[in-house]
Design a protein around this ligand. Sequence first.
Ligand code: FPP
Length: 237
Amino acid sequence: MNTEKRIPRHVAIIMDGNGRWASLRSKERYEGHAAGVEPVRASLRAAVRQGVEFLTLYAFSTENWGRPAKEVDTLMELLCESVVNETPELQRQGVRIRTIGERNRLSERVREHLAQAEALTAGGKRLTVIVALNYSSRDEITRAMRRIAGRVAAGTLTPEQITEQTIAGALDTAEFPDPDLIIRTSGECRLSNFLLWQASYAEFYFPEVLWPDFTEEDFDRAIEEYARRDRRFGLVK
Ligand code: FPP
């Protein structure tokens, strides 16, 4: 964290309320997701302007596969389309794209688009945008535990050698710092299987605004609220 300006180094967003936004307008749910793309652009602009280094977006959870097939398909299509269409602008802005989550269940086409966007934006130095896709924290921790157990079974690691760093290093987020600020829109106050390990010392902000209505000003308000928080990390002042 930049302590002078109190800018969070890593902001993570649970983009919630697309469905409610759509039903309030008698629209289909996928139209709510489509309206959720502009707030992603606005958040990226605000994050770059504010000097945030990492922005994680919860785009599709492992639980989201349980939604109607049409919604799942249109959401995947929208994500693919956004990643492809936005890549040149992201390159221009110095934004690097990365993903977390279990990739194997994503279609070949989605994986190819993501790999291409990651490769094309690899040189971005201003902001890293981490898209959580087919992600859930319990799934991530389970996969990490399997990897660590594999090392123990292979004899390259003893149980006593397992530290918090071993676990953090086996998670999808191994190369990223923990989030400083987690925003969830739509007034819901829960984490829903998002960054459970990484959120240990995060600040939380739950604005009422539905995700499709989220603006650059809303992002700025979240940063202002964060700057007022007193973070002690279990210590005393
Ligand atoms: C939650 O709202 C939102 C999602 C499951 C999808 C989020 C995806 C986007 C905003 C698309 C654009 C993303 C990127 C990264 C380009 P909900 O459907 O659960 O809303 P509800 O709780 O009102 O039903």
